[in-house]
Design a protein around this ligand. Structure first.
Ligand SMILES: C[S@@+](CC[C@H](N)C(=O)[O-])C[C@H]1O[C@@H](n2cnc3c(N)ncnc32)[C@H](O)[C@@H]1O
Length: 185
């Protein structure tokens, strides 16, 4: 069975082409940025830590990828840089190798999700990996689940992928797809 992160990548890879603009909302060590850079025309990647940009740049250089713009700003400002996106990915929580007190926050995460949903092309997708074992993680988890559950079903489909029999708060995946056509009724 696929792990949630593998599922997230497959969910996005299924629709991304070399014509597409995509968003990595939480750059971190750049794994998702590199993954998306290989598939897309252009990646816009966000993080609030200088260290994340350095690590990600290193990773991209090693792979010879030049199609990612690394932005040292919160993802809640993404609409200042991007006008449309085919897909986006969020990996919530903290950067394992860095200061564990720097975590994504419910308010800014929801603001970024709202903005990304708005500028997502029809048929576009968002993958949200939810880590909630750390302090404050459960509040953010609930805020995201609340936001996603209230998306208009005529415009979006939202799904959850989660193991049911693992201990220690395993991360899980929320997937959003913006429908090609507004569904009436
Ligand atoms: C779980 S890590 C991301 C891991 C990353 N996707 C990878 O492949 O290594 C979460 C990241 O979100 C960043 N972060 C926290 N608040 C943020 C915000 N408002 N906007 C963008 N990134 C943020 C943290 O600095 C941290 O690097």
């Amino acid at each position: 069975m696929k792990r949630p992160l593998e599922m997230a990548h497959d969910f996005l890879a299924e629709i991304v082409t070399k014509k597409d603009i995509v968003v990595d909302a939480t750059m971190g060590n750049g794994h998702d940025t590199l993954f998306l850079a290989k598939l897309a025309k252009q990646v816009y990647a966000f993080d609030i830590q200088e260290q994340a940009l350095e690590k990600t740049q290193e990773r991209l250089d090693q792979a010879g990828m030049t199609n990612a713009q690394l932005i040292l700003q919160g993802h809640e400002t993404l609409d200042q840089f991007v006008t449309e996106a085919k897909v986006g990915i969020f990996n919530l929580g903290y950067l394992p190798s860095a200061d564990k007190s720097v975590i994504t926050q419910p308010q800014t995460t929801i603001e970024a999700l709202e903005k990304l949903c708005h500028l997502l092309v029809k048929g576009g997708r968002i993958a949200i990996m939810i880590y909630y074992g750390h302090e404050g993680g459960d509040t953010e988890r609930d805020a995201v689940l609340d936001f996603v559950s209230q998306l208009n079903q005529q415009e979006y489909t939202a799904t959850i992928y989660r193991t049911l029999n693992q201990v220690n708060n395993p991360p899980f995946l929320v997937m959003i797809e913006k429908l090609e056509r507004y569904r009436h009724g």
